[in-house]
Structure formats: C-alpha cells, structure tokens
Unconditional design. Structure first.
Length: 565
C-alpha cells in the first residue's frame, strides 16, 4: 500500500498512451493491489459465489483478451444475490470499477458520538501538497469509494456494513468501554483509524489481555496506527501507548506478526530522523528499550544452545560456538528457524538494532571472522564455504566489513568475483557498501556503473542501497547520483525506481530538495521519470514530518523512557 499512497500512483486499469506506460503497467499496483481487490471482492460476495463467477469467466473468455469489466460481469451473471451499499443487490461491476479505475485507497476513520460510531472516509495521501499525474487528476474531488466495513467486537462477532461514497456510516456502540475493530483481518483494501477515545479503548483492551484479539487483528491494528500517524492523522503518543503491552515484562507479545508491525513502524520513525543525528538520542534509547528483550531472545536463538532467556547480552557474546556448531545448529539452511519472530522480522530487527547498539556489530564481527575470513580460502565460493543462514548473510557481511574494514572489504570483493549464485552475489554487494571509507565507497559505485564491470543490475541496486544507509554517505550521496545520473540511468534503467529511492534516502533539508527540483528541470535523459517525481514527493513528506513531528516524537519517547524508570 506504500506505493499506492503516493500521488504519483496509478489506477489498476487505465488507457495506455505512451510506450513507457507499458512497462509501468507490470508493477506492484497491477499485481499486489490487483490481488488485494480480488480478495476483497471474494470476501464481500463469499467463496461460493466467487468460485462460480471465476469459473464462468474462465470458460467464457478462454483464449481471449479480457478487461477487468469482463471479470465483474461474469461474476454478476452467476452469483446469488448479495446486499450492496444501497440495501439492494450488489452491483459487482460498479463496485469493482470504483476500485480498479481510481488510484489510491481510503483511510476510514471512526469517531465516537455518544453511543454511536460515525465512520467517514478520506483519500490516504502521503503528501497532499503534491499534484497527482495529470492523466488521473479528474478524480481529484471524487476520491470516494463504496467501502465494505467489517466490524468485530471483543466477542469476535464480525458484521459487514457499507460506507457509501456520499455519506458517513453510523454504528451503535454496545459499550463505551469496549472497542469495535474495523477491518480486523484486512479483507478490505483500506487503512483504519479512530478518534483518541476509540484508540484508547483498544489500548486498554491490549493492556488487559491482548490475546482477546487474534494475532492478525493485532497486526492490522498496529500497522494502521503507525500508518495514520505517519501522515499526521494520529498522535504518536497514542501509538506508543498502543505498543506498551507488547514489551511489558509481565505480558509480552509472543506472535511474530504484531511484533513485525512494531519493528517496521519504529524502523520507519528512525528513518525519518536519521539515527546518526544528535536530536535522535531519545528515540534511539526508546527503540532500544522496546526491542531489547526481543533482540536478546533472537540472538539467543542465533548464537546459543539452551541459554536462559534474559541473560545479559555481554555474557552471551563473550565467545561464539565452534564453527561446526554454527554450521550444524545455528544457521544451517536445513535447520528449522524457531523463534518468537519469523526470519524476515528477525532480519529487520537486527538491522534496526545494529544501527543503535554497537554491541551488535561486534557480535557479527566475530561471526564474520569465523565464517568468512577463516571459513573461506583459495577459490572457494561464498555460497559453499559460508555456513550462515541465507537470511542473515547480508547483515553479517555488512557488520563484518563495518567492523573489520579493508581486509573484510577485499575478502568480499574477491568472493563476489568468484561467485556465480545470483542471491549470494547480491548479499556480498550489500556487505561492500558498509565500508567506513568514503573514497573507496565512491570508487566501488563508479566501478559497478561501468558498462564493462561484472556487476548485474540487481547487485548495483543492493550496493547503492547499502551505501545510502551507511552514515558516511550523508553528505555526498545525492550529489554523487546527480553527477553520475547519465551512467546510472543507462546502466540500471530496469531498477531506476529503487536507485532513485536510495539516492534520495538521506535528503532531509530544503536546500537538497531544491537541488533535486533543479536537476529534475534540467532536461537530462530520464530526469522527468516518474521515479524522480515519487522520490521528490517522499523527500517533501520527510522534511514536513521532521519539521512538524520530530521534536514532539522525541519528547514523547523521552516521556515513555521516564515512565519505565
């Protein structure tokens, strides 16, 4: 949904006028949003109707080209009647067209009015000060949908009601103390939000007994809370209040999905600040206080056998197990990962935590020495000689190069030259970008951009992102990208969106933003690419966020820390 929150997004279905729009049609919007809309339709009409309609569609249009309208019509022809937003039979074609012909999605907000909930919708925009693409601008005043609203009470009963395009929805509250949860299982393609009273009811319930709500509902609630705060529709104080239950000593969250929502949300906050900046000290300490127990448990799984939870991190890191135990137990591909969080969340956790805690880097330095420097010799390939679980190789390589410097950098460079496994090469490229040497980083970027180099486009993207996240690139990454734009655009056209995001990742000042706008107007090849527009939109939002919320969020973080003492 992140891409679809941009004013430079696009509808699933639109007329193609120019050649470059063909490639743009095969993207996240087509596949992920398209799948989400189909899933929402299935949830509205039921599995039986959906299967019958899909079967009719496949038989009717076998070996033919189709449009989305054909699918909606085929479903309408055979489905049993389902109530729609106007208390009459659902018009599937009208409903489906709204969601496929308009870009974006709604933010649905519930406000307490006495004993009722008033539910309204607005377009979820990352940055409302930027105009959308002219091609889709005619919808500017009409970004309203017929929204299926699933409501779940504490008892778990779920009902479906309709929020119409032209009027709010009113729902009776059974109790002012118990919350009604909107869209608990993310059947609908929208974000939920509440007034402060509604969020506080949810926070109380989570604090009392979070297991009353199933793990996916908790995940949805936390994701949407961070998302609403991100665009200024919710105070971060309420977000911090919501997640208190998850790191409370007596009642910690034990499911990986809600924990992943917290990790990703805090990571996004840290990215807005830039954790290397001085004014981020309180948010760094707050993130550390929230994630430390989870980090300790994750590291215990990675590096220890039978280590009791809660033991100090220093004792556990005093020495690593022998190499055979690392290979055989800790990170073997054949060994099932067992932890309170899944592997993807564990990687996000370690990446975030290692940016704020130096002890994490030293731990991976020892692992790098054991597995890479001593574990690989001669002409061995990293995919064969490094016995680290694939998911953790990127961070191990990065922290090893960061801590050990040139020796580790040269080792990874040699391994990259030898390697023929595509995934392994990308992880090695990630490690190279963590070097603490500006001159060599720039040289490596230029080397990768050379058309005669052995770098694949995917590896160049990984290298650029790794350098972008390296604090050493703060002062020069943007200028480097602008100065070498011609080589970048010609070499990595396929992934130019990702490269632009990496180039703009550290931009947090109006001066740098003006530099981007001047570059955009320079008329160079690719300067008017949609990726530049989307990147600039994110930069403007980041600067606005810093100006409006950074001080407030720092104060809230400090207040949370004070309450823990």
């Amino acid at each position: 949904m992140q891409v679809d929150a941009s004013v430079r997004s696009r509808p699933i279905s639109s007329t193609i006028h120019e050649f470059h729009e063909i490639r743009a049609s095969f993207d996240t919007i087509s596949y992920k949003k398209g799948a989400a809309i189909i899933a929402m339709l299935r949830a509205v009409i039921g599995n039986k109707n959906f299967r019958r309609g899909l079967s009719n569609y496949l038989k009717k249009f076998a070996y033919k080209c189709t449009k989305s309208e054909n699918l909606f019509q085929a479903i309408s022809e055979v489905m049993d009647e389902v109530e729609g937003p106007n208390e009459s039979a659902l018009d599937v074609s009208n409903f489906g067209t709204q969601w496929t012909k308009m870009m974006g999605f709604p933010l649905v907000t519930a406000r307490t009015l006495g004993t009722k909930l008033e539910i309204r919708q607005q377009h979820y925009f990352l940055n409302t000060s930027v105009q959308e693409h002219e091609k889709y601008r005619f919808h500017r005043q009409e970004y309203k949908w017929d929204v299926p609203i699933w409501l779940t009470s504490r008892e778990g009963d779920t009902t479906l009601k309709w929020l119409k395009t032209n009027e709010p929805l009113y729902v009776n509250l059974e109790s002012l103390n118990l919350p009604l949860i909107i869209n608990p299982h993310r059947n609908g393609y929208y974000r939920q939000n509440y007034d402060s009273a509604g969020w506080k009811r949810i926070a109380r319930l989570l604090k009392q007994n979070h297991t009353v709500l199933d793990h996916y509902t908790r995940y949805v609630i936390l994701c949407d809370a961070f998302s609403a705060a991100f665009i200024g529709q919710l105070d971060y104080g309420i977000v911090f209040e919501l997640i208190r239950y998850a790191h409370a000593p007596d009642r910690r969250e034990q499911h990986h999905l809600p924990l992943r929502a917290i990790i990703d949300g805090l990571d996004k906050v840290s990215t807005m600040y830039g954790l290397e900046e001085k004014d981020a000290s309180s948010i760094k300490l707050y993130i550390k206080s929230v994630l430390s127990p989870l980090y300790d448990e994750t590291v215990s799984r990675l590096f220890s056998q039978g280590t009791e939870f809660g033991q100090s991190i220093e004792k556990r890191h005093s020495g690593l197990p022998p190499r055979e135990r690392i290979a055989g137990r800790m990170m073997s591909e054949r060994k099932r990962w067992k932890s309170v969080i899944d592997i993807k969340a564990a990687v996000s956790l370690l990446n975030l935590y290692c940016r704020i805690e130096t002890g994490c880097s030293s731990m991976f330095r020892m692992l790098f020495e054991s597995e890479v420097l001593r574990g690989c010799s001669g002409f061995e390939k990293a995919s064969q000689c490094v016995h680290i679980h694939d998911s953790f190789k990127g961070i191990a390589y990065c922290q090893g190069v960061k801590e050990l410097g040139d020796a580790a950098f040269r080792k990874l460079d040699d391994l990259l030259n030898l390697e023929d496994d595509a995934d392994e090469r990308e992880k090695l490229a990630t490690g190279l970008g963590c070097l603490q040497n500006i001159t060599r980083l720039k040289r490596k970027l230029l080397e990768a951009l050379d058309t005669g180099s052995y770098y694949r486009q995917e590896e160049i993207v990984r290298l650029f992102w790794s350098v972008a996240k390296n604090p050493l690139s703060n002062e020069w990454m943007l200028c480097f990208c602008i100065s070498n734009w011609k080589a970048i655009y010609e070499r990595v056209t396929k992934y130019i969106d990702w490269i632009v995001r990496s180039c703009f990742f550290k931009v947090r000042s109006h001066g740098e933003m003006l530099l981007i706008k001047a570059f955009q107007k320079s008329g160079c090849n690719g300067c008017d690419h949609n990726a530049i527009h989307m990147g600039l939109e994110q930069v403007e939002h980041r600067i606005q966020w810093i100006e409006r919320y950074s001080k407030k969020v720092s104060e809230l973080a400090q207040s949370e820390l004070d309450s823990l003492r």
